[in-house]
Design a protein around this ligand. Sequence first.
Ligand code: ADP
Ligand code: MG
Length: 204
Amino acid sequence: MSNEAILRFNGATKRFGSFVAVDHVDFEVHNKEIVAIIGENGAGKSTFCKMLTGVYPIDDGEMYFEGKKVAYKNTTESMRAGISMVYQERNLVGMLTGAQNICLGNEPGKGFISERESFEKAMAIRDRLHLTIPLDVPVSELGAGEQQLIEIMRAFYTNPKVLILDEPTASLGEGEIEPFLDFVKTIRNSMDIAVIFISHKIEE
Ligand code: ADP
Ligand code: MG
């Protein structure tokens, strides 16, 4: 691609003590592109992505977002900039509804937003993603695939320009994988976004 990468990392390196989890990785992704990062368990995929979102500090290497050198200190900073990640570990509060989970933690400084406000905001995100999952039931009552889509909706709360999905197919059943991959392609086709798709096996 000839246009500039929306996100680029030169020589990304992350150490845990003397163990090098991510060793001088060069990476870039463009708007409207889905880039898959594939590797076996323990290869450093999640660690690399957590460097992109500020969960881990960058030990070595330079990260550029929209052409500017960045080093996020936390996920609030990276999300504000336009990078959202759906973590490999589920991050939902089971007794709260989908709408509440989608808004949870997304209103820093504002304290809380009303039930009606959170529902409307969540509905707008759901419509934008052309999903039909109920938002008014506790997420513990939803299936694994639906819970994951709630997390993806939460990632869209901040209108990301880069969406990172860490092993999204790992929690899906056989029949759920194809529709999910179609969903990701639809997102990419219908909005200005870049997707980083992590997997430990080749899907397609
Ligand atoms: P992947 O996502 O590709 O399965 P990870 O990024 O989770 O791999 O882990 C890469 C390596 O770094 C593994 O060997 C793992 O044990 C190690 N690791 C990951 N997180 C930590 C941590 N917080 N502290 C120490 N070691 C870690
Ligand atoms: Mg991982």
